[in-house]
Write a protein that binds this ligand. Structure first.
Ligand SMILES: *Cc1c(COP(=O)(O)O)cnc(C)c1O
Length: 297
């Protein structure tokens, strides 16, 4: 992207991952579906709101593999979006329940399917879990390859942080490669300490599964979860101006739920922390259908 606020800013286009508008949920879902297709499963159960990129991708992949997809969705964020239109087009069966009933409804759905002789595979919302984290360790390795080929070292990586495994994977990648790159997750909804703790737990789970050991303080130092840019919470629009400017100047679409919030947050963070003359990587984590929802508003 060139020079922004006296830093050299690069962008990694995860939105270009070539399936169902890409994004970080496409990178994660690939790992889940490898396990599903290797195993003995005939349907998928997951959850997320009507604007969930995760639910769009999972229902697309399920349909592509002739599997039924069941989505449990919270009533509180169930307005129609381009993602929800696609979930319907992919034939997902969507159960809308109030948010406090979501986990019970998931348990019931899984039990009912098993009773009916089905073999459901459950994916946590946002592609949470070690496979989701693994996907972003892989992404970190792509970034390292880029750094080697382009002879550049990133001082900072910024990205939108939500359910946590995108950031956990990047942090594990950084620790495994013993890099100094600072990874800054810009929270799009959760506040500290919870948001940061979920990232830390995901990193710990992944490292434990791989039998890789890091001291708690190393993990702690590597985890920067910035919660000052959440606006009025999930889905609230506090970055319209930046979204418009980036679209005009760079032709790059951001949305107001994830990437716009994170990019606007990054610009302010660079400013507030007097960060200058650094190489900065922003990861565009996708969500292109949400860009169109934003445009229509
Ligand atoms: C889900 C999502 C995120 C957040 O990723 P997590 O792994 O849940 O933290 C960021 N950007 C977009 C576009 C997303 O869909």
């Amino acid at each position: 992207m060139g020079n922004l606020q006296n830093n050299s800013v690069y962008i990694k286009r995860e939105d270009f991952i070539p399936f169902s508008f890409g994004g970080n949920k496409a990178r994660k879902a690939k790992f889940f579906f490898e396990e599903i297709l290797r195993g003995d499963y005939d349907c998928v159960v997951t959850y997320g709101s009507s604007s969930s990129n995760h639910c769009r991708i999972v229902s697309n992949l399920a349909a592509a593999n002739d599997m039924k997809c069941y989505i449990i969705a919270p009533l509180e964020s169930s307005e129609e979006t381009f993602n929800s239109y696609m979930m319907e087009l992919f034939g997902a069966e969507i159960s809308v329940v109030s948010v406090d009933k979501v986990s019970k409804t998931i348990e019931d759905k899984l039990a009912d399917l098993k009773k009916a002789g089905k073999k459901p595979y459950f994916i946590a919302g946002g592609g949470h879990g070690n496979l989701g984290t693994e996907a972003y360790v892989e992404c970190y390795e792509e970034i390292k390859d880029f750094e080697e080929n382009a002879a550049v070292h990133f001082d900072y990586i910024f990205h939108a942080s939500g359910t946590g495994t995108t950031q956990a994977g990047l942090i594990c990648g950084k620790l495994i490669h013993n890099d100094s790159t600072e990874i800054v997750g810009i929270s799009i909804a959760r506040k500290n300490p919870r948001g940061r703790n979920v990232v830390l737990d995901s990193a710990r789970d992944y490292l434990a599964e791989k039998s890789i050991f890091f001291a708690e303080n190393e993990l702690d130092d590597a985890t920067v979860f910035e919660d000052g840019y959440t606006g009025d919470g999930y889905g609230s629009d506090n970055s319209s101006e930046v979204i418009d400017q980036v679209l005009i100047k760079y032709g790059i679409p951001f949305d107001s739920t994830y990437t716009g919030k994170a990019f606007a947050g990054m610009l302010d963070y660079l400013d507030k922390n007097s960060i200058k003359d650094k190489n900065i990587l922003f990861i565009h984590t996708g969500g292109t259908p949400l860009f169109f929802d934003h445009l229509r508003k």
